[in-house]
Design a protein around this ligand. Structure first.
Ligand SMILES: [Zn+2]
Length: 249
């Protein structure tokens, strides 16, 4: 399983200043899923030379930094052909955001917490969130070898302690010292990882305050506290998950 980051920024200020790009990321396995195409996703396919070859798009919720480029990504996924080619999935509020115009172009799949969805040879199982868009969903993506949890935007909540993915991609908008009610901070991530012990943590979706502190510094804080290898993702970065999992700190 490979991860490709089209943007590692998130939150209002990072999004409108583009301190970091906001295009979301891709999971590449037997099939390819683009996750959360925020502003600039399509531009960064060109910038980072990632191929426009995905068959699925997951929108975790309808906030701008997760959904802005959905229509142009549908055009890319279908290669501009008006025929059923590819699937967009997510909570109903996000799927309802898609223009009716595309009804003949794609499959739309509404999902909720606990649902499982087959994505060719991969599966996605949807996880709960506590966020200021209450319909937001995370997901565990699994192929034959590896499972990875994408938290989406959420505070750490009780059900997250039951998850046991090999690796985690966590939207850490806020640095150490913050305990927001609807988003994950570094302290929440440390609490979660100490309990669930994933083999690898990838932080992304950085807000302004975290960027000021320095994502690498905050990743090191997580790694030191948990003993788990922790990466602060960069725009354009490619992560070969199995290789990274095997590396020792
Ligand atoms: Zn959000």
């Amino acid at each position: 399983m490979r991860l490709e980051f089209l943007g590692t920024g998130g939150g209002r200020y990072t999004t409108f200043t583009q301190l970091r790009a906001t295009g979301g990321f891709r999971i590449v396995s037997d099939t390819t899923v683009h996750i959360d195409p925020g502003p600039g996703a399509i531009r960064n396919y060109k910038e980072f030379r990632f191929p426009l070859n995905f068959s699925f798009i997951f929108i975790s919720h309808k906030h701008l930094d997760h959904i802005n480029d959905i229509h142009v990504l549908i055009e890319a996924m279908t290669q501009g052909c008006k025929r059923k080619h590819g699937t967009v999935f997510g909570p109903k509020t996000a799927i309802d955001f898609i223009a009716d115009y595309y009804d003949d172009w794609i499959e739309k799949q509404t999902v909720k917490t606990g649902d499982k969805l087959k994505l060719d040879k991969m599966t996605a199982e949807f996880t709960s969130t506590k966020h200021n868009d209450s319909s937001a969903l995370g997901a565990i993506f699994s192929d034959a070898r590896t499972s990875v949890w994408y938290s989406s935007d959420t505070k750490l909540i009780e059900p997250h302690y039951k998850l046991r993915p090999d690796a985690a991609i966590v939207n850490t908008q806020l640095p150490h010292g913050y305990r927001p009610e609807d988003r994950m901070s570094i302290d929440g991530l440390i609490d979660w990882a100490q309990e669930t012990k994933p083999k690898l943590i990838i932080m992304q979706h950085f807000g302004m305050n975290l960027l000021k502190q320095g994502p690498e510094k905050e990743a090191l804080r997580v790694q030191d506290k948990t003993g788990i290898r922790t990466i602060a993702a960069k725009d354009g970065q490619v992560v070969e998950l199995e290789k990274e999992i095997e590396k020792v700190i």
